[in-house]
Design a binder for this molecule. Structure first.
Ligand code: ADP
Ligand code: MG
Length: 255
């Protein structure tokens, strides 16, 4: 199977703080990779590098076979890609954040229709049909005309997923999508993500501490610690027989 994500020796620093110290990770098509790790270990930064919300200092990141954010010079060195090209690359990568970042002044339907119309030039009518299908998929067909403030956090997060899917991404990135939710709302969001994985075979990188989701849905679980990938294993092995002491230590805190 071909790699959708191919990150090789990615380094990233913020001033004197080296946050990513050589991250290498591949994600195959239709694979679900869950990333766990202590707070501050670089998980969000790495996800943000995957769609070039952050520049990287060295290494390379390919998504769907394209270098993300950079263009290779004849001598093999990289220079930053133009904004228009980056926007096009980013359109193929959906991202869902911890905080629902829906546009508050737009209805649910308008939220989902916006990017396909503005970025892809899709006809508004067609975009609306797509949006209604997606609302069906995330279980909210009756919320099309509602404003985000009227929805629960779990419903908002499902709309955020539908909005990302409207761009027909080849890769979905999730950064702790349930950690800002009240506990009783976590399940509906995880169920939506699970359906995306099992029914739609979406390629997904999910930063989460939801161990149940990782065990049931992930093909691989990865521990990131202090800016590197420490462990990368099928969930069964990851959670029961991790190789690295740092993984054991981390798991002893969360399990
Ligand atoms: P995680 O998601 O694993 O909790 P982050 O990737 O958010 O970790 O952060 C890793 C480290 O990088 C933290 O020490 C954080 O304070 C720092 N950091 C993240 N973003 C910035 C930024 N824009 N400027 C400076 N430091 C940052
Ligand atoms: Mg984070």
């Amino acid at each position: 199977m071909s790699a959708v994500v191919k990150a090789t020796d990615v380094h990233k620093r913020f001033h004197s703080l080296e946050v990513l110290k050589g991250v290498t990770l591949e994600v195959a098509e239709a694979e679900v990779v869950v990333v766990l790790g202590p707070s501050g270990s670089g998980k969000s930064t790495f996800l943000r590098c995957l769609n070039h919300l952050e520049k990287i200092d060295s290494g390379r990141i390919e998504v769907n076979g394209h270098l993300i954010g950079y263009r290779e010079r004849g001598d093999g060195s990289l220079r930053e890609e133009r904004g228009r090209v980056v926007a096009r690359q980013r359109a193929e990568i959906g991202m869902v954040f911890q905080r629902f970042n829906l546009f508050p002044h737009m209805t649910v339907l308008e939220n989902i229709v916006e990017a396909p119309v503005q970025v892809k030039g899709m006809a508004r009518r067609a975009a609306r049909d797509v949006a209604m299908d997606l609302l069906e998929q995330v279980g909210l067909p009756d919320k099309a005309a509602v404003y985000p403030a009227r929805l629960s956090g779990g419903q908002q997060q499902r709309v955020a997923i539908a909005r990302a899917l409207a761009m027909e991404p080849k890769l979905m990135l999730f950064d702790e999508p349930t950690s800002a939710l009240d506990p009783e709302l976590v399940g509906e969001v995880l169920d939506t993500m699970r359906a995306l994985a099992t029914d739609k075979h979406m390629t997904m990188v999910v930063v989460t501490h939801e161990v149940g989701f990782a065990r049931e849905v992930a093909d691989r679980a990865v521990l990131m610690d202090d800016g590197v990938v420490v462990e990368d294993a099928p969930p069964k092995k990851f959670f029961s027989k991790p190789e690295h002491p740092r993984t054991q230590q981390f798991l002893s805190k969360i399990l």
